[in-house]
Design a protein around this ligand. Structure first.
Ligand code: ADP
Length: 323
């Protein structure tokens, strides 16, 4: 027989009626952020009238360093105060009912400490005790299920000090899932992971996103493209785009042009065209330009992707072009 902890982990609520279990789907919640503002004491306005509605599933918060992502994540996670605005999740007022938020939140910050001399299964069991799961068998079932889910079962007896970056991140998710959270926030989780670890980690997040709100904050466009059904682009504290990655791409489709040029031409092209990105291919610059029509016959049209949208919003003049 499965333990109650096992069903909690599956996000189902067991009701026992003469040993027959009935499972009720938990109600679907939305996280609603309205007119949120934050200015730090040094005068930096980190959040400027942020409005977002976040549904169950994977939500990508994309923006360059310094955009305000961590400020927003920390505010939702009740770790810092906003100056004005509101955040609600279901009937919970996130900015006021901090204890209620913490009970349903799993937060994985950019950097988190682990106890290097304790093995994974012992630490997870200990953290489960701290989260109030006192029944030994229930805890055992839950800890084992989480180690399997995060693919750490083979490494369960290894000290955390010997874990790779990706294994530590997966352990972070395992501990975040102990309390069966309804909201999971992961801040820049893939920075520094090798491609195999990154894939494993992103697959794990997308599984979790099936019955939870998962907010993935990142500056890596690929993370959002591969995983998220909904997204926002944020820069200098402002939401510049909110919608699906597909709709975002449709916004610039047919307007993206590429050309390979020589290094000496770069300055001239920068002044004449609306360049949204430049990259070196085999030592020669390739420029990407956003334009309603072919900038000149030497440019080739290319299929738009999310990176073009991102660069357009963050560095380009999308409002003029996309209008
Ligand atoms: P991101 O997570 O997108 O890199 P942050 O939210 O960390 O962005 O930072 C947004 C802006 O606020 C940056 O200009 C940053 O320097 C500033 N900032 C962040 N935290 C503080 C703080 N505690 N005090 C003052 N300024 C801060």
């Amino acid at each position: 027989m499965y333990s109650v902890g096992f069903f909690r982990y599956l996000n189902l609520q067991p009701l026992s009626i003469h040993s027959i279990y009935i499972f009720i789907e938990p109600s679907i919640m939305q996280l609603i952020i309205q007119n949120l503002n934050k200015t730090y004491s040094n005068g930096v306005q980190a959040l400027k009238n942020v409005n977002l509605t976040i549904n169950q599933g994977m939500f990508g918060l994309l923006g360059p360093n310094g955009a305000g992502k961590s400020s927003l994540m920390r505010t939702i996670a009740t770790l810092q105060e906003a100056d004005s605005g509101s955040i609600t999740m279901g009937d919970i007022d996130v900015l006021k009912q901090k204890e209620d938020v913490r009970k349903m939140l799993g937060y994985l910050p950019q950097e988190f400490g682990v106890y290097p001399k304790i093995d994974a299964i012992t630490l997870l069991d200990h953290l489960a005790v701290l989260k109030g799961i006192r029944h030994k068998n229930e805890r055992k079932g839950l800890v084992e299920a989480l180690l399997h889910k995060t693919n750490l079962w083979p490494a369960r007896n290894k000290n955390l000090g010997g874990f790779s970056g990706g294994m530590k991140q997966r352990f972070g998710i395992a501990q975040a899932l102990i309390a069966n959270p309804k909201l999971i926030i992961v801040d820049e989780p893939t920075a520094g992971l090798d491609p195999a670890e990154r894939n494993r980690f992103l697959n794990l997040l997308s599984e979790i996103g099936e019955n939870t709100i998962v907010i993935l904050s990142t500056h890596i466009v690929e993370d959002v493209k591969e995983l998220c059904t909904d997204m926002a682009i944020i820069n200098k504290g402002e939401v510049l785009y909110n919608g699906s990655p597909m709709d975002a791409i449709a916004e610039v489709e047919g307007k993206v042009w590429k050309k390979r040029i020589s290094k000496t031409e770069l300055e001239q092209y920068r002044t004449s065209f609306n360049i949204i990105s430049e990259r070196l291919i085999a030592g020669r610059p390739e420029i990407t330009v956003l334009s309603d029509s072919q900038p000149d016959p030497s440019f080739e049209q290319t299929q738009a992707d999310l990176e073009d949208v991102y660069f357009t919003h963050v560095f380009g003049t999308s409002k003029e072009v996309a209008a």
